[in-house]
Design a protein. Structure first.
Length: 73
């Protein structure tokens, strides 16, 4: 697990990304993964995905994933 200072920095980075970028761009997801990793999560990508599913639900979550995959091509 990262130090308290590193965990706070990761959380602040996520909060800035959350305000700056729109959902589906991938920047928020990456920042959340980094924050979860700093918090000691064994699988930070799964944590970030679970947060997305809980916040947006099945339909909107799938649309965000589709949008993100389309952008990455």
């Amino acid at each position: 697990m990262a130090s308290l200072k590193q965990r706070r920095a990761a959380r602040q980075t996520y909060e800035r990304a959350r305000k700056k970028y729109a959902p589906g761009e991938g920047k928020r997801f990456k920042a959340l993964v980094k924050s979860a990793k700093a918090g000691g999560a064994r699988n930070p990508r799964a944590v970030a995905a679970a947060v997305m599913w809980k916040k947006y639900g099945k339909k909107r979550g799938a649309a965000l994933i589709k949008k993100g995959k389309k952008r990455s091509k």
